[in-house]
Design a protein around this ligand. Structure first.
Ligand code: GLU
Length: 416
């Protein structure tokens, strides 16, 4: 959609939460602005000997409640407005989860699929050098996001550690286990989504077992969500990636499909199985019990919201639903469990990873998963109760919880 600016979404949602809280603009005005933005040139030596320069960004939206925290995105559409919105969503996400972080985000406008592995490593190292002055375990901690992986996090640790002169695993999270990554981090976002879907369905008097489900997106979030939702006994009738959607009313063979697309080695359009091919638009408007948009921003918008038939939406991606679409869905009575609550599992286990790095004491996977579940359950209960008490949508309620915590922190610091 032309003219779409995700930062407008942030501002509109912030305003509605502040209104519910009865705050004066002076109390939350500061949250409308990123604290610090950095735009960098990222020169990269290409395999043919030439040098290409890419645009990179790191935005620290807030450090009120702790160091800035949030992923790095390598995608051709990355720009300052998008990174700023994603950074702000991290601030509110960490506050909803109750973990001691602010919010940040970064990225490079590049299509990583078009780079060789050497070029990708050169790009990552060049970008790390460019943002090194403002990141660090105590100030700003990047992590994976769309187009970035644990391997890329490993290159960041190495570059940053070389610059600082000492091994500093806590500078990023989502690292390979051998470099100080946490058990359970790879599956954490999808696990958190599954826990949240269960909680939401239970609160609505239904259950995940036997529910029909559509999942948009086969990246880390979409594929792990599909895996765990399927394992919980739900019937996944449709999934999609950038190439196509696939559908089977009797339920897809999820383990087979995930093995086929694993690690991005195949696209769904080449999948041979008992499936019907549908497009991403059709997937979003299927009549299912649960829809998990886990692709990109702006997928559910004013053009398609009226056609959505899902009984519940649990947001896997950041910002998949626009403000206009939210209003339409609310009118239709379709509950939306917002990104900042539903997909917080990733950053929660990032927090565990960082704690383990700082303490040099590592937890087993069962401990990680149990602590994740406790945090996701508490966050859900808190937001659900706020929604009931204030008679607002789950999105507004999540922002009410987050904004209240951040503004109270500002007040205790005497900054407002
Ligand atoms: N990129 C993930 C998100 O959007 C994780 C961020 C992190 O772990 O810091 O929540």
């Amino acid at each position: 959609m032309s003219g779409y600016n995700p930062y407008d979404n942030v501002l509109a949602t912030l305003e509605s939460a502040a209104k519910v809280l009865g705050y004066e603009s002076s109390e939350y005005e500061v949250l409308k602005y990123p604290e610090r933005t950095l735009r960098v040139a990222v020169p990269v030596r290409m395999d043919d000997g030439s040098v290409k320069v890419f645009e990179g960004y790191r935005v620290q939206h807030s450090t009120v409640r702790g160091p800035a925290k949030g992923g790095l995105r390598f995608h051709p559409d990355v720009n300052m407005d998008e990174v700023s919105a994603l950074a702000a969503w991290m601030t509110f996400k960490c506050a909803v989860a109750g973990i001691p972080y602010g919010g940040g985000k970064g990225g490079v406008a590049v299509d990583p699929k078009k780079l060789s592995k050497t070029e990708l490593q050169n790009l990552t190292r060049s970008f790390t050098k460019a943002i090194a002055p403002i990141i660090g375990p105590e100030v700003d901690i990047p992590a994976p996001d769309v187009g970035t992986t644990p391997e890329i996090m490993g290159w960041i640790v190495d570059t940053y550690s070389t610059l600082k002169g000492s091994f500093t695993p806590g500078v990023v999270t989502g690292k390979p286990i051998e470099l100080g990554g946490s058990l359970g981090r790879g599956e954490a976002t999808g696990r958190g989504i599954t826990i949240t879907a269960k909680n939401a369905l239970k609160a609505l008097g239904r259950e995940l077992k036997g529910a029909t489900v559509a999942v948009q997106g086969m990246g880390n979030v979409g594929s792990v969500s599909a895996k765990l939702i399927h394992a919980a006994g739900a019937k996944i009738v449709a999934v999609s990636d950038v190439s196509t959607g696939i559908y089977n009313a009797n339920g897809l063979n999820i383990p087979d499909i995930l093995a086929f697309v694993a690690g991005g080695k195949n696209l769904l359009k080449d999948y041979k199985g008992d499936v019907e091919f549908i497009d991403n638009g059709q997937l979003l408007t299927l009549d299912v019990d649960l829809l998990v948009p886990a692709a990109m921003e702006n997928m559910i918008n004013q053009d398609n919201a009226a056609n959505i038939r899902a009984k519940l939406i649990v947001e896997g991606a950041n910002g998949p639903t626009t403000v206009e679409a939210d209003a339409i869905l609310e009118q239709k009575g379709i509950p939306v469990i917002p990104d900042i609550l539903a997909n917080a599992g990733g950053v929660v286990v990032s927090y565990f990873e960082w704690v383990q790095n700082l303490q040099q004491f590592y937890w087993d996977e069962a401990t990680v998963n149990q602590r994740l579940e406790n945090i996701m359950n508490d966050a859900f209960r808190n937001v659900w109760e706020t929604a009931q008490e204030k008679k607002v949508s789950m999105r507004t309620a999540a922002y009410v919880v987050a904004v209240r915590r951040i503004v109270e922190t500002l007040q205790m610091k005497g900054s407002i």
